[in-house]
Ligand binder design. Structure first.
Ligand code: AMP
Length: 190
């Protein structure tokens, strides 16, 4: 199994690149943000729990997020590997992911961070908001809050995997094709 974490701030292109990577490497894409939006759209108890946190640009509590992620992974026993997009975002999430994968006799092959600077992110996410219909993409203050949460709560996950020599970063700017090529080069060397 090849399990990858696609890492980076909101709007760094993780979803776009994950969609291309699953085809090339035959992996299952799991985006916790997409899963929460699906639950919200269906007004499930899980969606209702997540709603206020998402609207404010804050992280949904770990226990809720980890439970949802575990269910999704366990729903794919046939998978040849996973791309985790938007997960893990905290150290407890990273530890839970490592335990889950260990139960399956596998592990994270590598974490790859897409680097994009803050002002570029704000422009990209506002632009995405014009068509995404996501309320959290349409408000600059919320976007900046998400960037702050990323720096404070999520970047430690990069260091956590770096301790095991598993963290890599590449520039997340340029054409979609160029970024994809950089990602593939990194993955092929894992
Ligand atoms: P995303 O689509 O990855 O930008 O996620 C949108 C929102 O969903 C985030 O701002 C959080 O409120 C919530 N969310 C997504 N993934 C996670 C996660 N791994 N942990 C906590 N909250 C999350």
């Amino acid at each position: 199994m090849t399990n990858l974490i696609l890492f980076g701030p909101p709007g760094s292109g993780k979803g776009t690149q994950a969609a291309k990577l699953i085809d090339k490497y035959n992996l299952v894409h799991i985006s916790t943000g997409d899963l929460f939006r699906y639950e919200m759209g269906n007004n499930t108890p899980l969606g209702l729990q997540a709603k206020a946190f998402m609207a404010e640009g804050r992280l949904v509590p770990d226990e809720v997020t980890i439970g949802m992620l575990r269910n999704k992974v366990e729903a794919h026993p046939e998978a040849q590997g996973f791309i985790f997009d938007g997960f893990p975002r905290t150290i407890p999430q990273a530890e839970a992911l490592d335990s889950l994968l260990a139960e399956m006799n596998t592990d994270i092959a590598g974490l790859i961070a897409l680097e994009v600077d803050d002002e570029e992110i704000v422009v990209r996410v506002l632009n995405r908001g014009k068509s995404s219909g996501r309320p959290d993409d349409n408000d600059e203050a919320i976007i900046r809050k998400r960037i702050t949460v990323y720096k404070q709560e999520t970047t430690p996950v990069f260091d956590y995997y770096a301790e095991h020599g598993k963290s890599h970063s590449i520039p997340g700017v340029g054409s979609i094709h160029d970024i994809f090529e950089r990602l593939c080069m990194t993955i092929d060397q894992l």
